[in-house]
Design a protein around this ligand. Structure first.
Ligand code: CO
Length: 175
């Protein structure tokens, strides 16, 4: 089921999400709803707090190039489901232009670690390791930030953040 996205400055986005302890059908329904919502909103990643559920659950759609290299395929098969992630390593640095479904139409460069290594559980509770130093690394850092009650806009410089808040208020008045 497609869910409504929790949008900034909703205070729920500041909640620290709780560890998942039971890997049952309600977790699977949550993951399926998150997938449908992410696809419907054209997102590449989603944390469960973004649909109002404060659990340490996130999904990332890892783009896979098709054979002719022109189209990026989005499918359930290349969606990574990450539960209870823990950083084992974070090294290097990079900048990446990010956006967020909870802060729509805002795209800004933020600083991130280049390489991350993470331990996480899948929807059945099995433990996996993943490491990356490209898109997936950035996406994991962005989504795990949501689980800890933080947003990418907090990484803006003071001036960029001021400008963002001003424009955001202006936009809120219009709608
Ligand atoms: Co986000």
């Amino acid at each position: 089921m497609i869910k409504e996205i929790v949008v900034y400055p909703d205070r729920r986005l500041k909640l620290v999400s709780k560890e998942v302890e039971i890997f049952d059908s309600s977790l699977h329904t949550l993951l399926d709803d998150m997938y449908e919502t992410m696809i419907a909103k054209n997102g590449v990643g989603l944390a469960s707090i973004q649909i109002g559920i404060a659990q340490r659950v996130l999904i990332i759609n890892v783009p896979v190039k098709s054979e002719n290299e022109d189209v990026e395929i989005q499918s359930f098969e290349n969606t990574l489901e990450v539960i209870n992630p823990k950083f084992l390593e974070q090294t290097g640095s990079t900048t990446y232009t990010e956006g967020c479904l909870s802060v729509p139409e805002v795209f800004e460069e933020v600083d991130r670690y280049k390489y991350v290594k993470i331990e996480y559980q899948d929807r059945f509770g099995d433990i996996h390791l993943i490491e990356d130093d490209e898109f997936l690394s950035i996406a994991l850092q962005h989504e795990i930030e949501h689980l800890n009650g933080h947003l990418f806009i907090e990484k803006f410089s003071y001036i960029k953040r001021k400008k963002f808040e001003k424009e955001w208020k202006k936009r809120a008045k219009k709608s």
